[in-house]
Design a binder for this molecule. Sequence first.
Ligand code: NAD
Length: 428
Amino acid sequence: MADTSFNAFEMAQSQFDKVADLLNLESAARKLLREPNREYHFNIPVHMDDGHTEVFRGFRVQHNDSRGPGKGGVRFHPMETINTVRALAMWMTWKTAAVDLPLGGSKGGVVCDPHNLSQFEQEQICRGWVRQIYRELGPNLDVPAPDVMTNAQHMLWMLDEFEVLTGGHFPGFITGKPVGMGGSLGRREATGYGVIITLREMLKENDIRPSDTVASVQGFGNVAQHAIELYQQLGGRTISVSSWDQQDSTSYCFHKKEGIDLEELRSITNTYGGIDKAKAKDLGYDVLPGERWLEQEVDILIPAALENQITRENVESIHSRVKIIAEGANGPTGPVADSLIQDRGILMIPDLLANAGGVTCSYFEQVQSNMNYYWTRDEALGKLDSKMTTSYLAVSELAQQKKLYMRDAAYIIAVGRVVQASRDRGWI
Ligand code: NAD
């Protein structure tokens, strides 16, 4: 589990400070971009199934919208904190800019554990969240989406509440909707596929064939499963994945030397990405302590679970064979670990680029919803491939030209675009 003393916002700010120095930004730009433009904290009272009333804490943070309407998911997590939401909102600003989408950065959350909530209670939380904040949201203002432990059904409840409150049909209010109800084909796969599209480009640049590589993945949720799917289609072999075990309150790593069978593992995984460890043992997987995903003898590591998973404490256990880390999760690498990874010459595809496929396809969903005209899966995934490839190449070119770490190059492009938009608007 993520360390509760870890402050993701301080990490996001220190990353920003570093780029602000590299870009030699003036003090007004630093002040504007170090803090969110706006943030909202509110209570969500819910009448629970057993008759008592529970009050959940909800958040929406709008970091910067100089380039367009805010965009960002809503997370349900028992250990959600405002600092995590602030960090994620800031990262969304950089991420939308890194792939040049005309959007800003936001994030939301509710402190709750859906594992212990009925469907009806979850619906009340979704509707309550919208009731508290809907005046500050909208297709042209700020557009929510799913994130950790929220899904298409949650988005539809939120959309329905918004439409009841505002009196109209506004499918562009939210993304991650079910296909057929305003969702985009390809959205489910988009983040994981995007990770692998950037990885494919990096392998190509380094003359490595995907079929000659082996990977270890942290997590087995939406991002991890689709990343593994496309990676395997390219010929790569995934030898371990990990997941959180709700019953044991710990994570486990599921390892098979000859490569995991994606469909087989999916069939014993719950909707939260938790793998049934007894069934995995029966299927011949070694069930190891969760942190072992990082120690595997592989070419590629894909952290795709939570923030702050590669830290100063465990970074040394990364095997000497590892050549590439592709960050599927947001903020999985702490700053100290990051500089040690850079020193070791491991190539990094940073989160703001690697996992931007999700927001890219969410943007496609917004575009389709606002037009009320929907594309085929091939059209959506084709545009995703082209956007991710172009964005990767721009970051890689800058990194090579200026001899920069890939994370710094991605940040320089992203922050530079947001600063420019803020200047053009006369904010700074
Ligand atoms: P998810 O809820 O579908 O899956 C999370 C997975 O991580 C599950 O398999 C869970 O068991 C596992 N996990 C949780 N804690 C763990 C731990 N301590 N050790 C090992 N495994 C653990 O979530 P997701 O949508 O796949 O998102 C994963 C990450 O990617 C998050 O950081 C999220 O913010 C980021 N992200 C998601 C999207 C998206 O479109 N879903 C887009 C961009 C970034």
